[in-house]
Design a protein around this ligand. Structure first.
Ligand SMILES: Nc1nc2c(ncn2[C@@H]2O[C@H](COP(=O)(O)OP(=O)(O)OP(=O)(O)O)[C@@H](O)[C@H]2O)c(=O)[nH]1
Length: 359
């Protein structure tokens, strides 16, 4: 018997993933006892790059460039490509010498969230890449992509790198010709980026580049900007996100620096008083885009799945024991204060079990 792991009160015959309201829980068979166990497979943290940008802006071109740079430094690279269509032209272009997974005919930020979580989990468990690049569809919203990538099970073992938005310079200059919803999407993709690539610089004049830089700065004053042709850039140009703590030691706080959209994962060390937590949620919810994870309340035997989206909280009791990881996504999060507030909610009873290594 492994300490701290509870048996799941149902039986399945194989290693499996258990999908629960959008969240993926890894379920492994522990062969000595023949019982199913819930656990997290712990390996090296994986660096996750999310590439957003409107259709045809140059995301695949950038992906190919960055992936090749990373491979040249000896890193193991995996790619997840999301396309709205049923066939991915881009993955053909990227080449066959790295793991490429396709999510076709839907968008990871809405209908394909579960599939994305499954693919990330599978990559994490089976391939252990150093870096994963996710190319979103041209119409995905960066907040939703980040949300889809950060399941509470995996988030502590991922280092989310700066969110990169690729802009088609010419299209941007002429964006007033687009429909208002498309214009809004382009602006949102820029607004929430950490790094904006002004790509296709060869298609505009130097004066237009100046104008472009200025308008992008007005929408997102903190994003780093690069001017590129055929997305020629280096990953080191974008290396301005750093994790806090050492994830190999299962550091509970996972923070994405310099992101306008920030995420953090808090791991509760012990159970929490339910009404204190509900008060905290009520007080804080309006400032969060998203909160999701697992929690146990003092005096209650189930683990609760906690979800907060668009200010509305949702709690579902689960008949299994899970690590108490909560993922939080928001803008300008005061992470230290949130960590402090969440730690204060702990009642010091029913401590968090240690995740298991080497399953
Ligand atoms: N002239 C010019 N063409 C470019 C540049 N970068 C990319 N392209 C071309 O633009 C087209 C679209 O590039 P992709 O990299 O496929 O764009 P994407 O954003 O992945 O496209 P979707 O996946 O359809 O959204 C391709 O034909 C590229 O070769 C550039 O800097 N200048």
């Amino acid at each position: 018997m492994i300490d701290g792991v509870e048996e799941i009160p149902y039986h399945t015959n194989r290693n499996d993933y258990y999908l629960c309201d959008n969240l993926t829980i890894a379920v492994y068979r522990y062969s000595e006892t023949k019982n199913m166990k819930v656990a997290i497979y712990l390996g090296e943290p994986i660096h996750l790059f999310i590439l957003s940008g409107f259709l045809g802006s140059g995301k695949s071109t950038l992906l190919k460039e960055l992936a090749e740079n990373e491979k040249a430094t000896g890193k193991k690279v995996a790619v997840i490509m999301n396309e709205l269509g049923e066939y991915s032209v881009d993955s053909e272009i990227i080449g066959s010498d790295m793991t490429i997974l396709e999510l076709l005919d839907g968008c990871i930020c809405c209908t394909m969230k579960d599939e994305l979580e499954m693919q990330l989990l599978e990559l994490y468990r089976n391939e252990q890449p150093d870096v994963i690049f996710i190319e979103a569809t041209g119409v995905a919203h960066p907040v939703d992509i980040l949300d889809a990538c950060l399941s509470p099970v995996l988030a502590p073992y991922m280092v989310v790198k700066p969110l990169i938005t690729v802009v088609d310079s010419k299209r941007w200059v002429h964006r007033a010709e687009l429909s208002p919803p498309v214009q809004k999407l382009l602006e949102e993709q820029v607004k929430y980026a950490d790094h904006v690539l002004l790509n296709k610089a060869d298609t505009v004049s130097p004066q237009e580049i100046d104008f472009l830089q200025q308008t992008i700065k007005e929408i997102n004053p903190t994003a780093q900007q690069s001017i590129t042709t055929y997305a020629k850039t280096e990953i080191t140009d974008m290396e301005h996100a750093r994790k806090i703590g050492d994830l190999k030691d299962h550091e509970s706080l996972h923070v994405v620096h310099h992101l306008r959209i920030q995420s953090m994962t808090h791991t509760f060390q012990s159970e929490v008083d339910r009404s204190d937590f509900e008060d905290w949620l009520e007080k804080t919810s309006s400032s969060l885009f998203r909160l999701k994870g697992f929690l146990r309340f003092t005096g209650e035997k189930e683990t609760f799945l906690i979800q907060l989206a668009y200010g509305k909280p949702f709690m579902l009791p689960l008949p299994i024991n899970l690590p108490m990881n909560i993922v939080i996504i928001g803008e300008d999060l005061d992470k230290e204060q949130i960590t402090e507030e969440l730690s204060e909610l702990e009642t010091k009873e029913g401590s968090q079990y240690a995740p298991i290594n080497n399953l």
